[in-house]
Design a protein around this ligand. Structure first.
Ligand SMILES: Nc1ncnc2c1ncn2[C@@H]1O[C@H](COP(=O)(O)OP(=O)(O)OP(=O)(O)O)[C@@H](O)[C@H]1O
Ligand SMILES: [Mg+2]
Length: 474
């Protein structure tokens, strides 16, 4: 349970805020002054501080500075009323997580609190490299395959430098985990680590989130706002999904990398910023570049130090250790005893295709744990955990993984219609790819597949491909 420390001299606000937070499942401590707040901090460090700017005695900004000096990685949300916004902005410049204007809306505040807590966790929970123990309480990058050893070496080589790092690999291969490990092993480990997901935010918002803006920069810019890049000064910014970053913004990031400075939106002043950039993507940047979706100059600037995370299917030797690690973690989280894995179940896991990579393996074990009855997880438990996925979504056999996929199909699910299910799975992929290749034109796709149009239509219906936007009426 996360603990939130609220520092505000307004008794009424403290009380109602505390009630709300407790209802949300947080543990709450309160203090009526900066001095009392610091006292609380020294007694036990909370997971988040919510701090009012206008305080009697020691002022809000001074209190923030003292908190930040004590615990530089502790997220602090500043509350401010009209008249103290300048100091609130000053606090974000000095590393406060964000500020809100009183009176604030509750859903917005709750979302911000969740975001701040996550940022704090990111910074503080350590990631062990190549952990031998499967101690469930610590996060670790698990695996000793040659591919993973190369990753550890790369992390070791680049961590202590200020080099920009690009992490590449399919979805679920552990890119975010590697980014955190680099940060934690760097000289900047005691400075902020901010995560920006480039795909989750609309372009204009992403730009102001990253670069900040001056008052009046656009309609609605009532106050100056410090962007995340400036806020993380001295620290590290993780640009996740950079392959999806809007083209226009890419130029601004390139400039930041080259000149180590930025301008806020609507601002004339050039502000020097010292941030280390770690970027990640599961996109094929080379194709994106050819298609004109990714800037060539940024590509070359980023790729100098690249860490590749291979798909899980290319490091099957790691699967037993990963499986044990996840089982221990999920069991601990669920508060149940770790049932362990039977040898057959391990073999099954090791042979599966894992198109969703490590994340999928983790999810599968979490589900399998539900079916366990104290005894070591057996093939049936794993099968049951994967059954839904096998029955509903396409199991996606891919390239050299066809054999692994076949093996999984043969050892999971019901026998009755196995052959037909497998054929359908393959056929649905063929049809989808053909339609994509033909730009959504079904006549062309039918011709390409050597099928009549009605037959193709029947297949589209059968595989539920109609819902896909890729399928256009021709
Ligand atoms: N080698 C590993 N050892 C332990 N856990 C791992 C490893 N690789 C990945 N994980 C775990 O698997 C999950 C997915 O990893 P992560 O979020 O880092 O993937 P990603 O590459 O960023 O995926 P996406 O492209 O979808 O964002 C996380 O819970 C992560 O902790
Ligand atoms: Mg990720």
């Amino acid at each position: 349970m996360d603990t939130i420390l609220i520092i505000d001299d307004d008794d009424q606000l403290r009380k109602s805020f505390e009630k709300l937070m407790v209802e949300e499942g947080y543990r709450v401590r309160t203090a009526a002054s900066g001095e009392a707040g610091l006292e609380e901090m020294r007694a036990a460090v909370p997971d988040l501080v919510i701090l009012d700017m206008r305080l009697p005695g020691m002022g809000g900004l001074e209190t923030f500075r003292a908190i930040h000096a004590l615990e530089p990685k502790l997220p602090v949300i500043i509350m401010t009323a009209y008249g103290t916004t300048e100091t609130a902005i000053e606090a974000t410049k000095c590393g406060a997580f964000d500020y809100v204007l009183k009176p604030f809306d509750i859903p917005g505040m709750l979302a911000l609190i969740a975001k701040a807590l996550e940022a704090g966790r990111f910074m503080r929970s350590p990631v062990d490299l190549d952990a031998m123990s499967t101690e469930a309480s610590r996060e670790a990058i698990v695996g000793r395959s040659p591919a993973m050893q190369a990753v550890y070496k790369a992390i070791g080589r680049v961590a202590a430098t200020n080099a920009t790092v690009l992490i590449r690999g399919e979805s679920g291969t552990g890119k975010e985990l590697v980014a955190r490990a680099i940060y934690q092993h760097s000289d900047r480990a005691d400075k902020p680590f901010l995560v920006i997901n480039c795909v989750a935010i609309p372009e204009t918002l992403l730009e102001s989130e990253l670069f900040g803006y001056e008052k009046g920069a656009f309609t609605g810019a009532v106050h100056r706002r410090i962007g995340k890049l400036e806020q993380a000064n001295g620290g590290t910014v993780f640009l996740d999904e950079i392959g999806d970053m809007p083209f226009g913004l890419q130029a601004k990031i390139l400039r930041l990398l080259q000149e180590r400075s930025l301008e806020r939106l609507g601002g004339r002043q050039t502000i020097p910023v010292d941030v280390r950039i770690i970027a990640a993507t599961n996109r094929n940047l080379e194709t994106a570049m050819v298609d004109g979706r990714f800037r060539e100059d940024l590509y070359y600037r980023l790729k100098v130090v690249t860490i590749w995370l291979p798909p899980l299917a290319q490091r099957r030797d790691d699967i037993p250790a990963l499986a044990e690690y996840f089982l221990a973690r999920h069991a601990a989280e669920a508060g149940i005893e770790n049932p362990g894995l039977s040898a057959e179940a391990t073999a099954l896991l090791q042979g599966a295709p894992w198109p969703g990579n490590v994340r999928e393996l983790s999810n599968t074990l979490q589900k399998a744990l539900i079916f366990s009855r104290g005894a070591p997880l057996a093939v049936e438990d794993i099968a049951q955990a994967t059954e839904e996925a096998v029955a509903s979504a396409e199991p996606a056999p891919r390239g050299s993984d066809l054999r692994g996929w076949a093996m999984q199909m043969l050892t999971t699910g019901k026998d009755e219609d196995r052959f037909d299910r497998c054929m359908d799975a393959v056929a649905s992929i063929l049809v989808r790819e053909a339609i994509d290749l033909c730009g959504g034109n079904r006549s062309k796709a039918a011709k390409l597949l050597g099928l009549s149009r009605p037959t193709l239509h029947a297949k589209i219906d059968k595989y539920g491909l109609r819902i896909e936007t890729a399928v256009k009426e021709d």
